[in-house]
Design a protein around this ligand. Structure first.
Ligand SMILES: NC(=O)c1ccc[n+]([C@@H]2O[C@H](COP(=O)([O-])OP(=O)(O)OC[C@H]3O[C@@H](n4cnc5c(N)ncnc54)[C@H](OP(=O)(O)O)[C@@H]3O)[C@@H](O)[C@H]2O)c1
Length: 435
């Protein structure tokens, strides 16, 4: 019996494969099949049916990336995995290659690339390394949808590359929208590219917006769980540990976004993200604490109607919607059982408990390069907190001080955004050295 690269039996008609000199299966034709671990899906469809959407997942080894692979496996026919990209986790990437057999896989970090190449071997999966290769995957001709699930500022170049090439960008990497929302919108307008949000709140707004016209929107309400410290006495925040901050009450996420949720910097970033994604005035963006994380966000229209999107806190739902948009497809995620949930609570955020939130409004008001400062200073502060070099309440203080020192560039170029990012990280390092 012929075996696929993961060692499982290969369910491909015999005339479509042959053994390479290394004894490994190579599937014939350019990319006719997507191997899903249990079955092969045909790329060329019967006449009259639409071609499969070819999806690249950037950040495939992370929380969103692995959920996206589960979503693709569930969607099956109509979707093809065109590529995967990760940063350093070469073993996890090699396992994904063996399980999903994408057209290509990219490891950003050069140090471990040799091990990946050795492990993957001559399977016919094209391998590449480095940040340029990640951007090249995002712009590749045989990719229709780029799911950007990279964490942090490294997501910006691939996002730009995808939009410059006119792709649909399914965007989980909120940081790039915060750093360069204006630029990304302009690039998308020029190329015909499209941004579809994956962040659950923005996906909810995107879905609710379909109930009316943009001019009919009065306000949007971003919901926030309040994180693990929503009701902790304020004088105990000073003693909060990394382990406590990593315990999100409702969502299982990567470490950076989990810390951002604890400070509510995550919501601050999302205020800026919402401004650019939905072309809103800052005064139209409001935040509401909703501890159950069932209402993912709301849109208030001019006639007094408020439309919300509800569901379990499970990122597979917004990921799938971004991939299937404008269609909806069945999912294995159950709907929220509202009788079991029992109650939905809402409250205004306390500015004394969550000073980071005001920084998001400040960056959104200032526009230009201030978003890049907010993001870079926060990334540096979170890294320092994770390294136990900074107490929890100092995260927003550091970010605010760096923002105070910045002179805004109104419509920054990609180079000016990079320069601002570098400057803010240097300022943050100097702040940490002084503290
Ligand atoms: N997790 C959630 O539920 C959630 C919800 C809403 C929004 N988001 C947003 O989605 C993004 C990803 O979050 P996450 O929680 O999935 O983060 P995560 O678990 O830390 O995963 C980050 C992923 O990015 C990869 N990566 C980092 N730098 C890269 C680079 N230069 N090139 C290619 N890949 C790179 C990592 O690779 P390695 O594994 O090799 O390091 C990993 O696959 C963040 O912007 C976050 O704010 C997440």
């Amino acid at each position: 019996m012929a075996l696929c690269p993961s060692g499982a039996p290969l369910a491909v008609p015999a005339h479509l494969y042959h053994f390479t000199t290394c004894g490994v299966i190579r599937v014939e034709a350019t990319r006719p099949f997507w191997y899903t671990g249990r079955r092969m899906l045909k790329r060329s469809c019967p006449p009259g049916l639409p071609m499969a959407k070819r999806v690249a997942i950037l950040g495939s080894t992370g929380s969103i990336g692995t959920s996206a692979l589960a979503v693709l496996r569930g969607l099956g026919a109509g979707f093809e995995l065109a590529g995967l990209a990760a940063n350093t986790q070469w073993e996890a990437l090699a396992e994904q290659v063996a399980a999903f057999y994408p057209a290509r896989a990219v490891l950003c970090d050069a140090e471990h690339f040799g091990r990946l190449a050795e492990r993957v071997g001559a399977t016919g999966v094209e391998l590449a390394c480095g940040p340029e290769a990640v951007a090249a995957l995002a712009a590749a001709d045989d990719v229709d949808v780029v799911l950007n699930a990279i964490v942090g500022a490294s997501g910006l170049r691939p996002a730009l590359a995808a939009l410059e090439a006119g792709k649909t960008l399914a965007l989980a990497n909120k940081e790039c929208m915060v750093m360069a929302g204006d630029l990304l919108n302009r690039v998308a307008d020029a190329s015909g590219g499209r941004i579809v949000p994956v962040d659950s709140e923005h996906s909810a707004i995107f879905q609710a917006m379909q109930s009316g016209r943009p001019a009919e929107v009065r306000r949007v309400w971003l919901t926030a769980s309040g994180g693990p410290f929503r009701s902790l006495p304020l004088d105990e925040l000073d003693r909060v540990t990394l382990e406590q901050a990593l315990q999100h009450p409702n969502w299982a996420m990567g470490p950076k976004v989990t810390i951002d949720s604890a400070t509510m910097m995550n919501k601050a970033l999302e205020v800026v993200e919402a401004k650019w994604l939905f072309h809103l005035d800052v005064a139209q963006i409001r935040v509401l604490i909703h501890p159950q994380s069932i209402v993912h966000s709301l849109v208030e229209f001019c006639d007094g109607s408020t439309i919300a999107q509800l569901g379990l806190p499970d990122m597979r739902v917004p990921i799938q919607y971004a991939l299937t948009y404008p269609e909806r497809r069945p999912s294995t995620v159950p709907p929220a059982d509202l009788a079991a949930v029992g109650r939905l609570d809402f409250e205004a955020p306390d500015p004394a408990r969550f000073p980071a939130l005001a920084l998001g409004y400040r960056a959104a008001e200032a526009g230009g390069s201030m978003g890049a400062v907010l993001n870079a200073a926060n990334e540096a502060a979170v890294q320092a907190f994770i390294a136990r070099r900074l107490p929890f309440p100092a995260i927003p203080r550091l970010v605010a001080d760096v923002m105070d020192r910045h002179r805004v560039v109104p419509h920054p170029t990609p180079e000016e955004i990079d320069e601002t990012d570098r400057w803010a990280r240097q300022e943050a390092a100097a702040w940490l050295a002084r503290s």
